[in-house]
Write a protein that binds this ligand. Structure first.
Ligand code: PEP
Ligand code: MN
Length: 453
């Protein structure tokens, strides 16, 4: 029994490598093509990281989110790094996402679809191809999938072996996440497993603990009446990353005879970044042929005349769950930039899932040189996003956040009102500033308050 209809996506001229005939932005320049070919040949023989069954299950769940039956929580690092592929960093990130989803389930009274920005988020688009320091110019750091952040010629050389290493680190991450979840880490009977040490001093801790103990009481009450409720011991977790480096994605694109078609089996839910979403570009060409659910980042310069043909190209058959649009406008621009897009998509009756990314339109640089985001702007954009959707008669079906379970000081503001001077204390991100644990929970509580009306 197949849950989905036969795809017509194997459209003329498409193959996993047909993107090579289009302009591919944001790709590294490898010095030695044969070295690259050896690496991609090897990658193409290695096992995939996810299965087509999981991918199709996620697509079905995203279709339910489009219908308002689920809320999507997508979050994780801006850029994962090989060095951060460690037990505490992976489990702390999982804990924050679990705690946020608990707040959301409890407050929204609907299932939350959890999607990590992890197990493959290793490639980054950059605004310039090179970086100059003290008169020395080197290639920009493009993520651990490509090169290394140290400012030396050797570190910045794009190294094809990193494709194999990224696959291995993604597999290690996935394996640990799957084992934690299957082993009972996500069991609702034991939310204390997810507690992070420094919540003790958090002004939000009391509110969170009250909620958790309320859920525990209800669960015990129900179990007294009805016996053990097993469904609460497991949650689903899906992975996502920006499918930027197309040689990597191509090598992990596999034909699945049982499900008739090509799947990107490096992740459940790849997305196209804002800088690589041109209609005639290589990324759109690659994405149109895979059967995964996919997302596209939409920035403030996109017009309805650009967005509608993109929807046609990526979801010509209006397949439920196929296409998510992640708007990332900025707190100052969203009230101007978002309504015309919502109106146009609604007018044309196109079926998409709208998700808000309140991070990427709110990045700024402080006078002491840190890339940061103000919590007030993040909160403000999300707040407005709910209102704008309500006014347009459309639905905001999820959020996309950059966050970490570590006690970092990268975004300013929040419950502890972090200032510019605080950024010095624990700024660890290699690329964009992330919400820390407390700021993440605060945002989850805001979403609940907003949705309650
Ligand atoms: C990102 O998600 O890290 C990113 C680069 O986003 P965008 O494509 O929206 O700028
Ligand atoms: Mn980012």
């Amino acid at each position: 029994m197949s849950m989905t209809h036969t795809p017509l996506q194997d459209t003329e001229g498409w193959s996993p490598r047909s993107w090579q005939g289009r302009q591919a932005l944001q790709q590294p320049l490898y010095e030695d093509a044969s070295e690259l070919n050896r690496a991609t040949d090897q990658l193409a023989t290695l096992p995939p990281l996810v299965t087509s069954w999981e991918v199709l299950a996620l697509k079905k769940a995203l279709a339910e989110a489009q219908d308002g039956q689920r809320f999507v929580l997508q979050g994780g690092d801006c850029a994962e790094s090989f060095a951060d592929c460690t037990s505490p960093i992976i489990s702390n990130r999982l804990k924050v996402l679990l705690q946020m989803s608990l707040v959301l389930v409890h407050g929204l009274k609907k299932p939350v679809l959890r999607v990590g920005r992890f197990a493959g988020q290793y490639a980054k688009p950059r605004s310039t191809d090179t970086e100059t320091r003290d008169g020395v110019t080197l290639p920009s750091f493009r993520g651990d999938l490509v090169n290394s952040p140290e400012f030396t010629l050797e570190a910045r050389r794009p190294d094809p072996q990193r494709l194999i290493q990224a696959h291995a680190h993604s597999a290690l991450t996935m394996n640990f996440v799957r084992a934690l979840i299957d082993g009972g880490f996500a069991d609702l009977h034991h939310p204390e497993y997810w507690d992070l040490a420094w919540v003790e001093h958090s002004p939000l801790a009391a509110e969170y603990r009250r909620m958790v103990s309320g859920i525990g009481d209800s669960l015990r009450f129900m179990e007294t009446l009805a016996g053990p409720i097993t469904g609460f011991s497991r949650v689903d977790f899906f992975t996502s990353h920006e499918a930027l480096l197309l040689h990597y994605e191509q090598a992990l694109t596999r034909q699945v005879p049982r499900h008739q078609g090509w799947f990107n089996l490096s992740t459940h839910f790849p997305w196209i970044g804002m800088r690589t979403a041109a209609l005639d570009g290589a990324h759109v060409e690659y994405f149109r042929g895979i059967r995964n659910p996919i997302a596209v980042k939409v920035g403030p310069s996109v017009t309805p005349d650009q967005l509608l043909p993109l929807i046609d190209a990526l979801n010509p058959e209006e397949e439920p769950g196929r296409l998510t649009l992640i708007h990332r406008m900025g707190n100052a621009a969203i009230s101007r930039a978002l309504p015309p897009l919502l109106e146009a998509v609604k007018r044309e009756g196109r079926r998409v899932l709208w998700v808000a990314d309140p991070m990427h339109g709110n990045t700024e640089t402080t006078s002491n040189g840190y890339k940061t985001r103000r919590f007030d702007n993040i909160r403000g954009e999300l707040d407005q996003a709910f209102d704008i959707h309500a006014a347009s008669g459309t639905r905001l079906g999820g959020v996309h956040l950059e966050l970490t379970g570590e006690d970092v000081t990268e975004c300013m503001g929040g419950a502890r009102d972090l200032s510019e001077a605080d950024l010095d204390r624990a700024y660890k991100s290699m690329v964009d500033p992330r919400l820390n644990y407390e700021q993440s929970l605060e945002l989850a509580m805001l979403i609940v308050r907003k949705s309650a009306g």
